[in-house]
Design a protein around this ligand. Structure first.
Ligand SMILES: [Zn+2]
Ligand SMILES: [Zn+2]
Ligand SMILES: [Zn+2]
Length: 172
């Protein structure tokens, strides 16, 4: 379970801010998938998270009107290591994409990353997460890659965000 569960998340965003504001910018580490060829992502990728993933990865909730933080957690959003958020946001991916599948040599791999994003909550329309960094930049972390041709898959055994040793807690 993350630091925020759905009940606490809902209580914060539905309760509104002390200033009367009811719109929040929510920062969360969420899943992004992309196909890579020779270790090069084919495009910007697409979101692959669930609502539970979004709540679980949330590290900051800020009132749009006054900037007050309704939630502000500096620990790692994935493994909860103390102070891990700064390492996650500031450092490059520790898992590197290979140019070819280690199992069969296929050049095309399906890759999964955790990327920090911000989504506006309570505004017009459903929240649309916007990535804060691009794949390949510091702050975006490869979590796993898999090959369609031979089914080989590699998953980071340490925390992909802050490099703390595993095993990792299960995500909702
Ligand atoms: Zn406010
Ligand atoms: Zn971590
Ligand atoms: Zn393969």
């Amino acid at each position: 379970m993350g630091k925020l569960d759905e009940a606490r998340f809902d209580a914060i965003v539905r309760g509104g801010c002390g200033c009367g504001g009811r719109t929040f910018d929510i920062s969360s580490y969420i899943d992004r998938s992309v196909v890579a060829m020779l270790a090069d992502p084919n495009d910007a990728g697409r979101w692959a998270h669930t609502g539970e993933n979004f709540v679980d990865g949330t590290y900051r909730i800020a009132c749009v009107a006054c900037g007050a933080l309704a939630f502000d957690d500096r620990d790692c959003p994935r493994c909860h290591a103390a102070g891990g958020l700064a390492r996650a946001l500031g450092e490059p991916s520790r898992l590197a994409l290979p140019r070819a599948c280690p199992g069969c040599g296929e050049y095309e791999l399906l890759c999964l990353a955790l990327v920090p994003a911000v989504a506006r909550w309570g505004g017009d329309g459903p929240p649309r997460p916007r990535p804060l960094v691009e794949l390949g930049d510091p702050g975006a972390h490869w979590v796993a890659f898999a090959c369609d041709a031979c089914d080989a898959a590699t998953v980071s055994q340490r925390c992909p965000l802050c490099d703390a040793p595993g095993p990792l807690r299960a995500r909702p």
